[in-house]
Write a protein that binds this ligand. Structure first.
Ligand code: ATP
Ligand code: ZN
Length: 286
């Protein structure tokens, strides 16, 4: 029997689309049966299992799946024997404590003796212990944000992305408990063949992520500016430089990081760069 890496991803919800997208961008092809439980990649020894995100850590611990994609919040909350292998840079959100807007928040000691409703009792307990606060935790599985309004709790701890849900329930965010994003998790000791497949997949994911964080840049510049421009956009090894038809001018090609892109562009212009073109990169292997 040949080795297959079994990857658990969310069946439906906020993680599903981006998880599939990442695997597809990593070159894995799947036939798109939406309502199925499993899917086999056509061109790589990978099998996908579609599960509820909350169940994924348990399935990995039970070795039904080898690796999985979940929110960091779920990984921590479930306290299973899974390792965090890689942060995936999507599904970014935070887990925060919120209280009724009319209340005056006096700092973390405000929470002493209060009752906090949450779907994340483990994470809240850790947070309270770290801050030396004794408070009650009321575990509920959904619609946490209505708990204060109906008198079930004094405060909540829940996922916040924009804050509009809090606002419409008369709440305000007062403490960030955890910053979360999608993560790839795995059993601590994969058998050799599976580990080799995972390493290949990680290599591909890395290439996809680097490509997303960088852009290919082309520009024209006077030859005197080449040195200065190279110091700003050194590229992967060094830029490609080609003479232009116009004497004294060159075309320079390089790679620029997304994060300091606009700052770099400003510098390049001030050095005399013209005709700047910026192009997305599909894969990038250093
Ligand atoms: P399931 O039916 O699989 O149990 P769910 O309702 O628990 O789904 P989703 O709402 O789909 O879960 O959220 C899945 C994960 O996505 C969360 O655990 C969290 O890590 C992340 N997430 C949740 N809300 C947001 C948001 N507003 N923005 C970005 N990421 C989010
Ligand atoms: Zn869930």
């Amino acid at each position: 029997m040949s080795t297959v890496l079994r990857i658990a991803i969310q069946k439906s919800g906020r993680l599903q689309e981006d998880s599939l997208k990442l695997l597809k961008e990593s070159g894995l092809q799947f036939s798109n049966g939406r309502d199925q439980l499993k899917a086999q990649a056509r061109n790589f020894p990978v099998e996908l299992l579609f599960l509820r995100d909350d169940d994924i850590p348990q399935y990995i611990e039970d070795r039904v799946a080898d690796v999985g994609i979940v929110g960091e919040n779920v990984w921590i909350e479930k306290e299973k024997h899974n390792e965090l292998i890689k942060r995936l840079d999507f599904a970014k959100c935070r887990l925060s404590i919120a209280i009724p807007r009319a209340e005056e928040y006096t700092g973390i000691s405000y929470l002493k003796g209060k009752n906090i409703a949450t779907s994340y009792p483990v994470i809240v307990k850790q947070f309270l212990a770290k801050n030396n606060i004794e408070a009650g935790i009321h575990e509920i599985s959904g619609s946490v944000e209505i708990a204060p309004g109906i008198g079930l709790a004094d405060a909540i701890c829940d996922i916040v992305s924009t804050g509009s849900t809090l606002l419409s329930n008369g709440l305000k965010e007062v403490e960030v408990v955890l910053q979360s994003e999608a993560v790839l998790i795995a059993t601590p000791s994969l058998e050799k063949g599976k580990q080799a497949l995972l390493d290949q997949l990680l290599f591909r994911i890395q290439a996809v992520q680097s490509a997303k964080n960088n852009k290919y840049i082309l520009l024209n510049c006077p030859n005197e500016a080449i040195e200065k421009i190279t110091s700003v956009i050194p590229g992967m090894k060094s830029p490609t430089i080609m003479p232009l038809g116009r004497p004294g001018w060159s075309s320079l090609h390089s790679v620029v990081n997304e994060n300091d892109f606009w700052e770099r562009i400003g510098q390049l212009k001030s050095f005399g760069a013209e005709g700047i073109l910026v192009i997305p990169i599909e894969k990038m292997i250093a």
